[in-house]
Design a protein around this ligand. Structure first.
Ligand SMILES: C[S@@+](CC[C@H](N)C(=O)[O-])C[C@H]1O[C@@H](n2cnc3c(N)ncnc32)[C@H](O)[C@@H]1O
Length: 263
C-alpha cells in the first residue's frame, strides 16, 4: 500500500487533487481548534501550505512554523510563505524545543504517520501546557466524495487490488471517533471531536481526473499502476460513479477532527 512517499510530488498536481479542499478545510480546522490572534502555531505535514497560509492570515508569518518530510512540498510551502519557518521533518521527530507553540495543527496527516501515537506525543511535546493539538483526517469510508467514488470505481475495475488499496480499509484513525481515541491514548486532555465539511468546484470531469494518472497520493498511485486499458475503464467507471461529465460541478468532503489540551 503506497503512503507518504506518494507526496514527493509537485505542489501544482497536489493543488488539483485533494489540495482543492485545503483552504476551506484549514479555515474549519483553525476554528475547531480555537486558534486566536496572538498565538504561535505549527503546521505539521504542511504539504504545499494550505493550513500554514490560513494560519499566517490569522497570526502573521512571524508566528507560524511548518514542517513536512517531503522536500518538494516543504520547498513549495517556503516559496509561497517566505516569512514562515519551514523545516523538512516528520511529525515523529520535530526539530523544536519543548513548549514552543500555543497551537500545533496537522491537516490530513495522522494516517500517513509511521508511528501515529509517537507523532501525536511529539506534537504535544512542542506545545506548551494548556496549548492545543488538533488534526483532521478524511472520512474515506463515507462522505469524502472524491475519494469514496474513486475507490468504488477502482473496486469495480479491479476488485482484488481495489479492495486491498481502498483507503477506507487501509487507513487507521479515519473512522468516526478514532482520532479522539488516539488523542486520549497520547495523553491529551479535554479531548473534543467533530466533523468538518467543505467543498470544491470542478470545471468538468477531466479537470477532476487530471492529477490521478501522475501517481499523486495513494489514489493516484493506484491509477498510475494500471495498464492503459484498465486506466481507461477506471476513468469511465469513476465518471459514472460521480454522475458528472462535461459541465461544472461541486463535491463535498467530510473530515473527522479532534482537538485536545496539553496537560
Ligand atoms: C494529504 S497531504 C496533506 C498536506 C497538507 N497538510 C494539506 O492539508 O494540504 C499529507 C502530508 O503528510 C505528509 N507526511 C507524510 N508522512 C508524514 C509524517 N510522518 N510526518 C509529517 N508529515 C507527513 C506528506 O508529505 C504530505 O505533505
Amino acid at each position: 500500500m503506497p503512503g507518504a512517499e506518494t507526496f514527493r510530488a509537485s505542489a501544482d498536481v497536489y493543488d488539483r487533487h485533494v489540495g482543492r479542499y485545503g483552504a476551506a478545510l484549514a479555515e474549519a480546522l483553525i476554528a475547531f481548534a480555537g486558534v486566536e490572534p496572538g498565538m504561535r502555531a505549527l503546521d505539521v505535514g504542511c504539504g504545499p501550505g494550505a493550513l500554514a497560509t490560513a494560519l499566517v492570515a490569522k497570526l502573521g508569518a512571524a508566528n507560524v512554523s511548518a514542517a513536512d518530510p517531503s522536500e518538494p512540498f516543504a520547498q513549495a510551502c517556503q516559496a509561497r510563505l517566505p516569512g514562515v519557518e519551514v523545516v523538512v521533518a516528520t511529525a515523529e521527530s520535530l526539530p523544536f524545543p519543548d513548549d514552543t507553540f500555543d497551537a500545533v495543527l496537522s491537516q490530513l496527516v495522522v494516517n500517513f504517520m509511521r508511528e501515529p501515537e509517537a507523532g501525536i506525543r511529539e506534537l504535544a511535546r512542542v506545545t506548551r501546557s494548556g496549548g492545543v493539538v488538533a488534526s483532521c483526517v478524511w472520512d474515506y469510508a463515507g462522505e469524502m466524495t472524491l475519494l469514496r467514488a474513486f475507490w468504488d470505481a477502482a473496486r469495480e475495475v479491479d476488485p482484488e487490488r481495489g479492495a486491498l488499496a481502498d483507503e477506507a480499509a487501509v487507513m487507521a484513525w479515519c473512522a468516526d471517533g478514532e482520532l479522539g481515541e488516539l488523542w486520549r491514548t497520547a495523553g491529551l486532555k479535554d479531548v473534543r471531536t467533530g466533523s468538518l465539511v467543505v467543498s470544491a468546484v470542478y470545471a468538468d470531469f477531466e479537470d477532476l481526473w487530471s492529477p490521478f494518472p501522475t501517481g499523486i497520493a495513494p489514489s493516484g498511485a493506484f491509477c498510475a499502476s494500471l495498464d492503459n486499458e484498465q486506466r481507461a475503464a477506471l476513468h469511465d467507471a469513476y465518471r459514472r460513479h460521480l454522475g458528472v461529465g462535461a459541465f461544472p460541478f461541486e463535491l463535498t468532503a467530510r473530515a473527522w477532527a479532534a482537538a485536545g489540551a496539553v496537560p
